[in-house]
Design a protein around this ligand. Sequence first.
Ligand SMILES: *Cc1c(COP(=O)(O)O)cnc(C)c1O
Length: 370
Amino acid sequence: MIPVCEPLLTEEDAALVLDCVRSGWISSAGRYLEEFEDGWAAYCGMRHGVAVSNGTAALEIATRLLDLRPGDEVVMPTFTIISCAQAVLRAGGTPVLVDSDARTWQMDVQQVADKITPRTRAIMVVHIYGHPADMDPLRELAIQHNLIIIEDAAEAHGAEYRGRKCGGLGDISTFSFYANKLITTGEGGMVLTQRDDWAERARALRNLCFQRARRFLHEDLGYNFRLTNMQAALGVSQLRRFTDIVARKRAIAAAYTERLRELPGLDLPVEEPWARSVYWVYGIVLDESTGIDAAELARRLYAHGIETRPFFLGVHEQPVFHKLGLFRGERYPVAERLARQGLYLPSGLTLTEAQIDQVCDAVRVSLTHH
Ligand SMILES: *Cc1c(COP(=O)(O)O)cnc(C)c1O
């Protein structure tokens, strides 16, 4: 079985974790944590990095920084992971959804403009599958309407928008370091910001809002979202070879595109002239003319020993939100089509050229000989 997205761990990764264990600094303080936070923030062009236990936790903290009041709205794409919408809800706000651009799969900027109301407080931008969203018009909207931009860059480590790193383009950004992401700490995440006060508040929220002056006195409800120094050691190690990681992801994508380009009925990932994608995963969208949907292609590929994952099912199609009375009857045709016709192929760093050949042959056979 060719796995869909496995991490590639090295001897240096193991050596740094071992060094961390030997040092005794295995909990949520230590030099690896500092190096990882400072190193990743600097890489993204942000002043502060606050490491947390996962990408979902990073979004929970990021949305708390907005100090939302009931009725406050946050505009976000429907085509994303559930973490985005639930973070806004738990922070006391209302998620307002927009559809995706059919070609880039990124949030539709025109629809963002259309959905802004006097209650809008923020735009949550999600860079999908390694390609940046179109940030300049979004930033213009934010300036015009005095909105905060949260970037969820959990799928876009190292991706660039007009030469600037994703995760360094908004007011607050969040990352995940889950096992299938471009940098992994097993589980992990980070909140980045330029603002000193937000960084301090994020650090407090991460650690139960303990206070410096009187430890067990609390003025706010926080979380235990701490990352360990052991996990950060893995992050530090991968940050050191991050250029190679991005190069390999781009090479995998180029190899796929070269082999799949001529196949009729497939939309492949695009890279806009203003973008440098890191191709977190290699997604394909089946045209209806193929006569099959993504679930059927996934079954056929699985029979060839190839693991795939379906695209996101839009936030507006989630039963959990309908039960809460949210998004009922809302339609986002592009996201709905992506959810049914899109899947991603094996994209992990362990993938070999021979496996890419095997996957592409299986895609070709699955589409033509049935
Ligand atoms: C992976 C991911 C997350 C969540 O990260 P976890 O570490 O799994 O909690 C959030 N947003 C996006 C866009 C993701 O891809």
